[in-house]
Design a protein around this ligand. Structure first.
Ligand SMILES: Nc1ncnc2c1ncn2[C@@H]1O[C@H](COP(=O)(O)OP(=O)(O)OP(=O)(O)O)[C@@H](O)[C@H]1O
Ligand SMILES: [Mg+2]
Length: 145
């Protein structure tokens, strides 16, 4: 099937629109006949990453690429960055603002879940911002059968 490629902007604190990229990606995956389970894993990963840009950065962008072999999503933001990546990947660690907590975020489970669902995860951060690339391999098992 033809590759799918999209770019999206992500606005700071725009919780109302957070989840849009996950929804659009989910729709694109459904059209390719991929299994509910595979789609669920990708959707969880994209949603958590998208929310993180919304609530922890000053804004950024995402690029989504789907081929017959993989789904790869890259997030790049401008922001304070992550001081200690190992700590950030620890379940329960969170620096979420009161605004984020009031909206139901801040359990410190996003990054651990992204790591659990993805086949590859590349997370880099500096005081200028954060880069996250997640990849999901599409094999025979990823199709509905
Ligand atoms: N894009 C980002 N920019 C800056 N800091 C980030 C970013 N993503 C994650 N972090 C840091 O890593 C921590 C852990 O992220 P994680 O997604 O696991 O938890 P959370 O977002 O705080 O809570 P939850 O995801 O459960 O709602 C965050 O609290 C924040 O300190
Ligand atoms: Mg999170």
């Amino acid at each position: 099937m033809e590759p799918y490629s999209r770019e999206h902007q992500i606005e700071r604190n725009d919780i109302a629109n957070a989840g849009t990229i996950a929804s659009l990606t989910k729709r694109a995956l459904k059209k390719r006949g991929l299994s509910r389970e595979f789609i669920k894993q990708v959707t969880i990963g994209v949603y958590e990453a998208e929310i993180n840009v919304v609530i922890h950065s000053y804004g950024g962008k995402a690029s989504v690429e789907i081929t017959d072999d993989f789904a790869e999503i890259t997030f790049e933001d401008v922001g304070p960055g992550i001081e200690n990546i190992e700590q950030a990947l620890t379940a329960g660690y969170s620096t979420a603002s009161s605004y984020a907590i009031e909206n139901g975020f801040g359990a410190g489970m996003g990054l651990p879940n992204i790591q659990a669902v993805s086949d590859e995860m590349d997370l880099q951060s500096s005081t200028d911002g954060t880069y996250l690339r997640i990849k999901f391999n599409i094999t025979e098992d990823a199709y509905e059968h």
